[in-house]
Design a protein around this ligand. Structure first.
Ligand code: PL4
Length: 409
């Protein structure tokens, strides 16, 4: 028999989001008469918009003709889409051959770990999107990280709390580490300022670290002073990779389309270009994003597409305002909850002092039939927090808000 990859024995039993789905299904099965509303998994709910859907549908029609048919494309993506991402989203910052089109940010976060091998040290914001840590554990990074309480021994956790304005103390990060950083942040909803990201980049440069910057929620940033990309920060092209996605901006969570930016100025210790190795990874173990989805991505970045993107983002941000208002009602005041979320992300991060996250999750589900996400699932510093997602149909959000107004602990 072949031995099991020892890295897998180090993982916790299950990944956070399927566990939430399982609890939701169990509750629904036990209470078939009750309608469960999800403010849990960050999954888009609103239909594709006409211009973007139209571009894909036209392309599908063309695929049915001898002239319009196309098979495999370049693994790195359509040249036109790479150029459009560079010029529309990173004007004068990035060149098109630094853009790699993919099937989504999560997949890129997984694949990118193959670039650094098992020896690399890993630092993450705490709390963080679980894929950074679980993916690192799978490839045996961080010294073959082993489960230790609610975290992993070997992974450097950088607490991001209200006390430090959700920006971590970087001094705990060893030299030559991979630093996973997400802004706007999942789950805290905090967006890092230009000053904070300047500190991050300066630290990475001084300590020979590489930042894996997850900007999957960039489109939610409303404050014009907040950076939407790490490459707005001087020096970032020497120390950062950006992972990004069409999932949340245009509802492509199911369609699947994302991109990574690997600057040609980013090098490994031996001088090899990271861009060269990433090109090798993407052309070897990835076969290109769907050519239909890429037509949607192209349409999303023209004038009409960008306007449609804005209308979707505005819709979810209005949901967020409604949820926040419900959480400000008297019953929650009595619980002394603390609400974080400044209208630049789809998430509200809410502290229930003295309570365990999973306990609050179960109570909200049982009392209100509303699914949330327990903060402890995002790392040790997430304990006592609940994440509320604003993805949902307006009428469901309104109903969830009404039910939450009767919640008590
Ligand atoms: C549930 C910071 C959601 N099954 O759709 P992608 O792959 O382009 O982007 C995934 C992604 C990347 N980066 C960050 C994210 O928050 C997400 C999506 N996260 C959430 O509720 O936290 C969906 C989770 C999905 C998953 O595992 O990603």
């Amino acid at each position: 028999m072949i031995n099991r990859n020892p890295a897998f024995a180090n993982l916790t039993a299950g990944y956070l989001f399927p566990e939430i789905g399982k609890r939701r299904r169990e509750y629904a099965t036990a209470h078939p008469d009750k309608k469960v509303i999800s403010l849990g998994i960050g999954n888009t709910t609103e239909p594709l918009t006409p211009h973007i859907a139209g571009a894909m549908s036209d392309y599908i029609k063309a695929l049915q003709t001898p002239d319009g048919y196309s098979g495999y494309g370049d693994e790195q993506g359509l040249t036109a889409l790479r150029e459009k991402i560079a010029s529309v989203l990173y004007p004068n910052l990035i060149e098109s051959d630094e853009v790699f089109i993919s099937d989504g940010a999560k997949c890129d976060i997984g694949r990118i770990q193959t670039l650094f091998g098992s020896g690399v040290s890993v630092a993450v914001q705490d709390p963080a999107y679980p894929v950074y840590v679980d993916g690192s554990v799978m490839v045996g990074a961080a010294g073959g990280a082993k489960k230790n309480g609610s975290g992993y021994e070997g992974v450097v956790y950088m607490p991001c709390t209200a006390e430090n304005d959700f920006f971590p103390d970087l001094s705990v990060v060893p030299d030559n580490s991979l630093i996973y950083f997400c802004s706007p942040n999942n789950p805290t909803g905090a967006s890092s300022t230009k000053e904070q990201l300047t500190k991050l980049v300066a630290f990475a440069q001084k300590h020979d670290c590489i930042i894996i910057y997850d900007a999957a929620y960039f489109a939610f940033i409303q404050d014009k002073n907040l950076p939407r990309s790490i490459f707005e920060i001087e020096g970032a092209k020497e120390c950062a990779i950006e992972i990004n996605s069409f999932s949340k901006p245009i509802g492509f969570t199911g369609v699947r389309l994302g991109w990574s930016i690997v600057p040609k100025t980013l090098k490994f210790a031996d001088g090899t270009l990271v861009n060269k190795d990433w090109n090798r990874v993407m052309t070897t173990v990835f076969n290109g994003a769907s050519n239909i989805a890429q037509r949607g991505g192209l349409a999303a970045l023209d004038e009409q597409g960008l306007a449609e993107m804005k209308s979707l983002i505005d819709y979810y941000l209005e949901n967020e305002r409604l949820i926040k208002k419900a959480l400000e009602s008297d019953n929650f005041k009595k619980l002394h909850i603390e609400i974080y979320g400044d209208g630049n992300s789809p998430y509200l991060w809410v502290k229930f002092p003295g309570k365990k996250s999973w306990e609050v999750f179960d109570e909200i589900l049982n009392q209100c039939q509303v699914v949330t996400t327990p903060g402890a699932g995002f790392g040790p510093a997430g304990e006592s927090f609940i994440r509320f997602s604003s993805f949902g149909h307006r009428e469901d959000i309104q109903e969830a808000c009404e039910r939450l107004k009767n919640f008590n602990l």
